[in-house]
Design a protein. Structure first.
Length: 122
C-alpha cells in the first residue's frame, strides 16, 4: 500500500482492509477516515469492519463518504470539522486516495498546519 503524506499530520492512501489496521497503528496513525461509500466496489470491506478493527487497536475510525467528482460544500465543511477534531496523525483513504486528497486540498484555507509538498512520502 502506498501512503502519501500531504502534511505532517495527514496522509492519503487507497482502500484498506481490516488486516491493514494493525500495521497502520504501528506506523503511528491515530485516526482513519474513509471517504468511500459502502458497497461502491465488490472487493471493498464494509466500513463497520474497518471501524471494529480500529477500535481493537485504540484508533478512531470515521466515515465521510463522498461521490467522486461530486464533492459538495457540505462535504468540505464536514471534512474540515472532522479533521480539526480528529486525533492526529490521520490517514484518509478511498478507492485510490484521490477523494481523500481532494478534500484535504479543498479545505487548505481552513487549516494552519505544517504542509509537506504533495506527493512526498515518509
Amino acid at each position: 500500500m502506498t501512503i502519501r503524506y500531504l502534511s505532517k499530520d495527514y496522509a492519503v492512501g487507497p482502500q484498506i482492509a481490516p488486516p491493514d489496521v494493525a500495521h497502520l497503528k504501528a506506523q503511528g496513525f491515530a485516526t482513519l477516515v474513509c471517504n468511500r461509500p459502502d458497497g461502491e466496489g465488490g472487493d471493498q470491506p464494509l466500513f463497520a469492519e474497518i471501524a471494529a478493527e480500529a477500535n481493537k487497536h485504540g484508533m478512531q475510525a470515521l466515515h465521510l463518504p463522498v461521490i467522486p467528482g461530486r464533492i459538495t460544500t457540505a462535504d468540505r465543511d464536514a471534512f474540515a470539522a472532522l479533521y480539526a477534531a480528529a486525533a492526529k496523525p490521520v490517514l484518509g483513504f478511498c478507492r485510490t486516495g484521490m477523494r481523500a486528497e481532494t478534500l484535504w486540498s479543498e479545505t487548505q484555507d481552513r487549516r494552519d498546519d505544517n504542509a509537506a509538498p504533495a506527493g512526498s512520502s515518509r
